[in-house]
Design a protein around this ligand. Structure first.
Ligand SMILES: Nc1ncnc2c1ncn2[C@@H]1O[C@H](COP(=O)(O)OP(=O)(O)OP(=O)(O)O)[C@@H](O)[C@H]1O
Ligand SMILES: [Mg+2]
Length: 456
């Protein structure tokens, strides 16, 4: 990245010296001889760093500094000031200047100051861009769906995102629970804080407590150093407890305590720590049923389900399938750098009617595969492999399931099935026609007749 540096200095000779001193750096230099010119350049060029004198004709350095801090506060400003006017430099720092250099300066002083400011500027720029990228990716706009169910969900999530209320998102695997919880965070007043997901099912029960609450040195064998838990790390942000239905009963009890008192202790510690987190939980289990059979605490259930949002499975909101399909096709086209192919009507019909056990994740995978298989500008039936039945091992399928697999998924026609059956029987009987006929449940004559018809 080439960095744009603006040097503001009314003395031409001084400007030249500065430009010369910075000539080894990978930067592009803009010059201004007075405050007005400087602001003009700053507003029209993408300046990453400003070096300015304080005493300037037509709007002084202080005014330029204020302008910069108001319009783009992330741009660092280095003040160059005459020896003896340090007071002004201090005021400038208070107004947001990054650092100051007094004249006459040693070349290294100016260079190191500029280097440091550029590093900061690059980092700030990167953070800002990453944040924008994340916010764009996880915004409500990117949650696709125009079914009445989905519109209602987005409306509710939009409302609750403005509050600190605990949210419970339920829904089958792959319905978008994590996506929705990220969007809720990004649209909340905590968006500048962390969004921290913890998968309660992936962490062994014995470790989950330490993971959530942290521990003091010596709290248990192996605890060689104090460690912060997720509740502390997520401070100021949102803690997303995924698969909450998999949390063991004793961890549930501790978690309930935090929800009730907004406080917790690290394992092996006695100091209470304030929990400043918003909690969003998610599960694909039926918590009410778990409460009924005592595997989930009833009191905790009421605490976490203050604001429940249920995302229905895709098969209950088939209206969303066309929009989602186009969304994913566009996403993959961008990623693969090619023109978005058209989905044939037949394919769209298949997608709409498929049972979608894996929900949106499954739809996304099916379309990714279809994009890879279809190299042209159309996705047709033969590019789309719907593998609902593959989840079962072949040996456990009944004949109807096998037929459905052959006809729907593999798209084999009747003639092809017949040819394949006959070939199979012949090969496994060492081309003994009588034996092959017996395997197929046909008379020898009928098999001969069919073989002739097939030209075999
Ligand atoms: N409405 C939607 N619009 C666009 N993409 C979606 C939508 N819902 C889900 N997705 C995508 O589907 C995939 C699965 O979503 P996500 O991980 O949020 O599901 P989940 O409910 O948390 O699943 P699991 O229970 O398996 O953890 C992700 O790639 C996500 O981006
Ligand atoms: Mg998830």
């Amino acid at each position: 990245m080439l960095t744009n540096v603006l040097i503001i200095e009314d003395e031409a000779r001084m400007r030249e010296v500065m430009i010369m001193l910075l000539s080894d750096m990978q930067i592009k230099i803009f010059e201004a001889a007075n405050g007005e010119e400087a602001i003009e350049i700053f507003d029209n060029q993408n300046i990453h760093l400003v070096i300015t004198d304080l005493k300037l004709p037509k709007r002084g350095g202080m005014e330029v500094l204020k302008h910069i801090k108001q319009s783009r506060p992330e741009v660092p400003v280095v003040i160059v000031t005459a020896f003896g006017s340090i007071d002004n430099a201090v005021t400038a720092i208070r107004e947001g200047a990054f650092d100051y250099v007094t004249k006459p300066f040693k070349e290294e002083r100016l260079q190191s100051c500029v280097k440091k400011a550029l590093q900061i500027s690059t980092l700030t720029y990167e953070v800002k861009h990453l944040r924008q990228e994340i916010e764009g990716k996880y915004n409500f706009n990117n949650i696709v769906g125009d079914s009445p169910e989905m519109c209602e969900i987005l409306r509710m999530a939009g409302e609750v995102s403005k509050t600190d209320t605990t949210v419970l998102i339920t829904g089958e695997s792959g319905t978008g629970k994590e996506l929705l919880s990220r969007a809720t965070h990004i649209n909340s007043s905590r968006s500048k804080g962390p969004f921290l997901p913890v998968n309660c099912a992936a962490i062994p029960a014995s470790l989950l407590e330490a993971e959530l609450f942290g521990y003091e040195r010596g709290a248990f064998t192996g605890a060689q150093q104090r460690k912060k838990g997720k509740f502390e790390i997520a401070s100021g942000g949102t803690l997303f407890l995924d698969e909450i239905g998999d949390m063991e009963l004793d961890v549930q009890a501790k978690f309930l305590r935090v929800l009730e008192s907004q406080e917790f202790e690290r394992l092996g510690g006695d100091k209470s720590i304030q929990a400043d987190v918003r909690i969003i939980t998610a599960t694909n289990k039926d918590l009410e049923k778990m409460v009924a059979d005592k595997s989930f605490r009833e009191d905790l259930y009421y605490r976490v389900s203050v604001f429940p949002i249920r995302i229905p499975p895709l098969r209950e909101r088939r209206d969303d399938i066309p929009l989602l399909s186009h969304h994913f096709i566009n996403e993959f086209s961008r990623a693969f750098g090619r023109k978005a192919p058209v989905l044939s009507d037949k394919v769209m019909e298949m997608l709409i009617n498929h049972p979608w056990k894996g929900n949106i994740r499954e739809l996304r995978n099916v379309l990714e595969r279809a994009m890879i298989l279809s190299k042209g500008d159309r996705i047709t039936r033969r590019h789309v492999v719907l593998n609902e039945t593959h989840e079962k091992p072949f040996s456990t399928m009944n004949i109807d399931q096998i037929v459905s697999l052959l006809i729907q998924d593999y798209r084999v026609g009747l003639e092809e099935i017949e040819t394949k059956c006959i070939k199979f029987a012949l090969e496994s009987s060492n081309h003994n026609v009588s034996r092959a006929a017996r395997m197929l449940g046909l008379s020898r004559a009928t098999l001969r007749y069919r073989l002739e018809k097939m030209g075999m």
